[in-house]
Design a protein. Structure first.
Length: 371
């Protein structure tokens, strides 16, 4: 394959740098195996599994330091299903959606439902971020915390001058790896296959009292809500340690173990320190490199959990990603829609900074250029 020998010490110990599904730690697999006899293959309406859901809900309340009155709700279908649930159960009349990449665009598209007024879409080019603006007629402000397709990170901050409106943030790739203040959101939702290192298929939402009030009001309003996307129903099920229909119990086991690990080590501040250190390694490498540069121009918008770097034309990023894949180092290709000569490196909390450093040295080696 033309890469000849790889010098000692350049191969990451774990080659999984994908932005989701992402690295699953060995301890998560061990927890899965330990639970294989008494939890896997048992009823999701009985204590073994409802207790696991309760543990996830309590563990997330602790991890995010949720104030009294906030609740953790779960359902099936991943973050994508939550987009539609938000259109049915959170938006009263009109949303404002910030779009600066693929995931924000999909959320905005879900909020363009026929029973709502067309959302106001505030767009910014890939690699930058769009910020909300207060508007009289907007009752939901929606944006992604971390735009996984570009590696741009936006602040999670309530909109000044928008009393009564809900702040609804897609935290999918940020949650568990980045700090967030619950006082600044009404809904922070995510799927567990990024920093939580679990499998996909589930959505989890942290809800403020105002969000719960909105959900209950819309639930009582007579609006048609399909059961699968009904947040009033999800709220009732979650309070009993259940989901509306059968969840993937394995996903819950992997998720519960990761939450335990995070809480034992110091919670979100500890996680944010780890991801900050790993992502800084990528950005510092790129800034010092003759052929790489951070894709996100503004340093304060560079993601701490998904680092994107453009390569100079003379170095073919796709060739490097292919060579890495042959070495067992996978999923650093850029987001497909972006079509850039780029590498996208996840620096989720489970990924060791030393492995990130090995990856960067390996990229230099494959590029045939010193860093
Ligand atoms: C991965 C991701 C999603 C999609 O999650 P699914 O569980 O596949 O629906 C949505 N939003 C963001 C920001 C993501 O990173």
């Amino acid at each position: 394959m033309g890469d000849s020998r790889i010098p000692d010490g350049l191969l990451p110990l774990d080659g999984r740098f994908g932005s989701g599904p992402s690295l699953v730690r060995g301890a998560q697999i061990d927890a899965f195996v330990r639970a294989s006899r008494d939890v896997l293959g048992t009823s999701h309406r009985r204590a073994a599994v409802t207790g696991l859901v309760d543990e996830v809900r309590t563990g997330l309340s602790e991890l995010f330091a949720l104030p009294d009155g906030y609740e953790v709700v779960l359902g099936n279908g991943g973050a994508t299903a939550f987009w539609d649930a938000a259109a049915f159960c959170l938006v009263e009349r009109r949303a404002q959606a910030m779009v600066f990449g693929e995931f924000g665009a999909k959320f905005a598209s879900a909020l363009s439902a026929p029973w709502l007024q067309a959302p106001e879409v505030r767009e910014a080019p890939a690699g930058s971020i769009a910020l909300p603006e207060p508007r009289e007629d907007v009752d939901v402000y929606a944006w992604p915390h971390n735009e996984t397709s570009t590696g741009a990170m936006a602040p999670v901050r309530r909109v000044d001058g928008a009393p009564g409106a809900l702040t609804v943030v897609d935290g999918t790739s940020a949650a568990g790896g980045a700090l967030v203040d619950p006082a600044e959101f009404d809904v922070y939702y995510f799927a567990p296959q990024k920093n939580f290192g679990a499998d996909g298929g589930l959505w989890i939402a942290l809800l403020s009292p105002a969000a719960i009030e909105r959900i209950e009001r819309i639930g009582a309003s007579g609006r048609y809500l399909p059961d699968f996307l009904s947040l009033p129903l999800a709220l009732r099920c979650s309070r009993r340690g259940q989901t509306l229909n059968t969840p993937a119990i394995g996903t819950l086991l992997l998720l519960a173990e990761q939450i335990r690990w995070l809480n034992e080590h110091g919670g979100l501040p500890w996680a944010a320190e780890r991801t900050g250190r790993s992502s800084a390694a990528v950005y510092e490498w790129a800034l010092a490199s003759a052929y790489a540069s951070p894709f996100v121009a503004q340093p304060e918008h560079r993601s701490s959990v998904v680092a994107t770097v453009d390569l100079a034309e003379r170095v073919d990023a796709a060739r490097i990603a292919r060579s890495l894949r042959k070495l067992g180092v996978v999923d650093v290709e850029p987001y497909r829609g972006l079509q850039r000569n780029q590498l996208r490196i996840a620096t989720f909390v489970s990924i060791e900074t030393e492995d990130v450093r090995r990856l960067l040295a390996l990229v230099d080696h494959l590029a045939g250029e010193p860093g």
